[in-house]
Design a protein around this ligand. Structure first.
Ligand code: NAP
Length: 503
């Protein structure tokens, strides 16, 4: 049913990006917004990923917003609980809670060209109309069980890493972990402490680098509280440290070999058995898949109750996993650390733009946007973590903050300039993407491995081929010549009359 409410901005999702957007919109004087969240709590990926050992492999000083510094991070790298607390603290301190509508599952978004607003359909509730929409639903929101033959026949307990079952007691159980990506390398060291046995099913060994996690001293916390500039300086040092790593991780350069040397040395130091070492040695360029930052994973694999299985999985059976050489491994529980249903093709929610264009159709071969944020044909809509916005070497929050500032600039142009629509030009978007794909050819991500960064056809719709500095700089301001701006001619229903601007 069409509701009567007209928002200036509808934000889809109450994760890091949605909350950050709300804070910065409010700081810039835009207050008529709502966050539509399908869940019952804030936090997005950090609400959902509560598996044992869940943590961020980027230092907290950098994995946080510069406009909401936290002097009290307990360690260099924080666990998921502490990151979730940080999000809750932002919601409280910036007074965002009243703007969040929980259990509002957005099922369809369509542009009403004549009226100049987006119609946002919500499951079982009245529609909301909004002059602008910010898609902050996140690329890793949908946990998916892998498409393994026989998965439905398995009779034991199935757990996905992003939907952890905290009621299940692993003590004394025979457990399988399928997958050896960023989530698995955090889960395995914790599981081996409690389960009877753990078998880890590896399809592709990844590049693994050491991670030194230090407790933050009380004196340091006090200093950061008293002298906020010292924390800004620390953040800046982490930023530039990660920028220098880009030279070896983002592009295939001689420094990529250096990263690989560090990975090999880490493997040699932690794994004495040459056969196990061989099984764990990656066969693709470092950086192509996400680097695994852990000093705990290799030691955990060598615990007496842990086994690495490298035979490919043939099928799941009622009692466990059958590998291709014909062995059946029986388990009480299988943990799937197999990643997410990533929408680098299609869209998470059906979106119909100008002239009934359907974004999922346009993105069927791989998503494309302008500067990862705006899409031609879809005016007044802005994406956080849209196409080609992923960092391979730095903090997602640095990228997210830049996106938010750009989006707030664009939304301010719409509201303050009383625009009906602000739409990126198709030719500008095409030129941007042609250049982007040309640059991606030289990156490690496109160097021949398979990962969630690429579509099945090998199109990279995920990563930004450059330094974080370049990504951030391109988003410093909305260049009006990149966009077509149409002044508003109609008043929106049920709103106080406003002066209509004419250009
Ligand atoms: P992922 O990186 O996609 O890894 C999935 C793992 O499951 C891979 O080892 C994959 O093997 C394996 N796999 C998938 N399907 C399989 C199948 N049918 N049979 C056997 N193995 C299968 O997923 P993730 O570890 O959940 O991480 C996803 C993303 O979340 C990361 O890239 C990162 O961006 C984010 N994350 C971040 C952190 C952090 O600390 N910041 C922590 C966790 C996750 P192949 O490699 O052979 O495909």
């Amino acid at each position: 049913m069409i509701g009567s409410e007209v928002l200036d901005v509808a934000i889809i999702g109450a994760g890091f990006a949605g909350i950050g957007t709300a804070i910065r919109l409010r700081n810039s004087g835009i207050d008529n917004f709502a966050i539509l969240e399908r869940g019952t709590a804030v936090g997005g990926t950090w609400r959902d990923n509560t598996y044992p050992g869940a943590a961020c492999d980027i230092p907290s000083r950098l994995y946080s917003y510069s406009f909401a510094p936290n002097p009290n991070w307990s360690h260099t790298y924080s666990g998921s609980g502490e990151i979730l607390d940080y999000i809750h603290t932002m919601v409280r301190e910036f007074d965002i809670e009243s703007r969040i509508r929980f259990e509002h599952n957005v099922i369809d978004i369509a542009w009403d060209e004549a009226a100049g607003y987006w119609s946002v359909r919500i499951d079982g509730r009245d529609d909301v109309r909004a002059r602008a929409v910010v898609m902050a639903s996140g690329p890793l929101a949908n946990a998916s069980l892998p498409n393994i033959r026989g998965i439905e026949t398995y009779e034991g307990h199935k757990i996905h890493s992003a939907r952890w079952d905290h009621d299940y007691d692993f003590a004394g159980k025979k457990v399988a972990v399928v997958g050896t990506g960023a989530s698995a390398v955090q889960i395995v060291p914790e599981l081996v402490k409690i389960a009877d046995t753990v078998k880890v099913f590896q399809r592709t060994p990844g590049w693994t680098l050491p991670r030194v996690n230090r407790k933050t001293k009380d004196g340091t916390k006090r200093r950061f509280t008293r002298y906020p500039q010292s924390q800004t300086l620390a953040r800046s040092m982490w930023f530039w440290g990660h920028e220098s790593v880009a030279l070896g991780v983002v592009w295939k350069t001689p420094l990529t070999r250096v990263v690989e040397l560090v990975g090999r040395a880490h493997l040699r130091r932690q794994v004495r058995d040459p056969w196990l070492r061989r099984q764990l040695t990656p066969r693709f360029r470092a950086g192509c898949k996400r680097l695994l930052m852990t000093s705990e994973y290799y030691p955990a694999l060598q615990k007496p109750n842990c086994t690495l299985v490298t035979w490919p999985i043939a099928t799941l059976a009622p009692k466990g996993i059958r590998t291709v050489e014909g062995v059946e491994h029986q388990f009480d529980a299988i943990v799937f650390a197999t990643g997410f249903d990533v929408s680098n093709t299609g869209t998470p929610i059906p979106i119909t733009g100008r002239d009934n264009r359907v974004l999922a159709d346009e993105w069927s071969a791989g998503a494309k946007a302008y500067k990862s944020i705006a899409v031609s044909g879809y005016p007044n809509m802005f994406f956080t973590f849209g196409p080609n916005s992923g960092p391979g070497h730095s903090s997602a929050l640095v990228y997210m903050e830049a996106q938010i500032e750009y989006i707030v600039d664009a939304v301010s142009s719409i509201i303050d300039g009383d625009l009906q629509s602000l739409e990126v030009r198709q030719d500008v978007q095409d030129a941007y993407n042609a250049e982007l794909q040309r640059k991606l050819d030289k990156t490690t991500w496109n160097s021949g491995c398979s990962s969630w960064y690429l579509t099945e056809d090998g199109f990279n719709a995920t990563m930004f081929p450059g330094f974080a500095t370049q990504y951030v700089n391109q988003l410093r301001r909305v260049e009006r010549e990149d966009y077509t701006a149409v002044p508003r001619v109609l008043e929106l229903p049920n709103e106080p009359a406003r002066a209509v601007a004419h250009s």
